[in-house]
Design a protein around this ligand. Structure first.
Ligand SMILES: [Zn+2]
Length: 245
């Protein structure tokens, strides 16, 4: 935290420092074999409110490496485009992609770990240039999501994959809901988050199929309970692996 932030809000600074020290202790005191963070490889007795005490990864973030393995997507060198990765996702990919892979990270605003600052609804990137595109809890923030899906379709090679997860809101909701008349000040109330412009349902994959993708689905609730517990996953999360045919 910067000095100015400390001066403005010393309590937040102190809480953050306490949280840091608490998690440092947890990493050591709760070492064990019950759970394993697939982002940082910490092994312990439990996660804490869903988070890894070492890297602070969330349930949804730990699902990304699991899904990459599940759909057999990182076994070979690939050209990969990751849309708006968070720091943990970026760290995992940079470490675990096969030697010889290309890892591009795109974001609409400049961020430290990003190498392409562009809008995914309208890029100037080459067509048919990637084997894999990942968008992890990103599309629910993008108003023109279908345009983004079309753009990813253009960027992928034939046979390439688009790995996607979005929050399902409300949980288990069968239908996607959005209404362009809803002002952004009401997003929190309607969509459960101040920056979500729609509530994605379990039918959200249909938007990809309309663009031309074929769908494979992973529902965490259908995984063996031992996997859900080991990696600290959330039962209501869903992943889609789309393929350009
Ligand atoms: Zn971790």
């Amino acid at each position: 935290m910067k000095l100015a932030n400390f001066v403005n809000n010393p309590r937040a600074y102190v809480n953050k420092a306490k949280d840091f020290l608490l998690n440092k202790r947890r990493v050591v005191l709760h070492a064990g074999d019950n759970v394993q963070c697939d982002i940082c490889n910490w092994k312990g007795t439990q996660f804490f409110e869903g988070k890894c005490p070492k890297c602070r990864s969330l349930q949804r973030t730990r699902l990304m490496p699991f899904a990459l393995e599940y759909f057999n997507l990182i076994q070979n060198p690939k050209r990969v485009l990751h849309i708006a990765p968070n720091l943990n996702e970026n760290t995992y990919m940079a470490k675990n992609l096969q030697k010889g892979s290309t890892y591009d990270r795109l974001n609409i605003r400049p961020v430290k770990h990003i190498n392409i600052v562009q809008d995914i609804t309208h890029t100037n990137l080459l067509s048919e240039n990637y084997d894999l595109v990942v968008a992890w809890h990103v599309l629910e923030h993008i108003v023109q999501d279908v345009r983004a899906i079309e753009e990813v379709y253009r960027l992928l090679k034939t046979g390439g994959h688009f790995l996607v997860s979005v929050p399902i809101y409300p949980l288990k909701s069968p239908h996607t809901f959005e209404d362009s008349e809803i002002p952004s000040k009401d997003f929190e109330k309607v969509h459960g988050h101040h920056d979500h412009c729609r509530s994605c349902g379990l039918d959200y994959y249909l938007r990809f199929e309309k663009v031309g993708f074929k769908t494979q689905e992973l529902k965490v609730q259908n995984l063996p309970p031992s996997d859900i517990e080991k990696f600290g996953l959330f039962e209501d999360h869903v992943v889609w692996c789309f393929q350009k045919s």
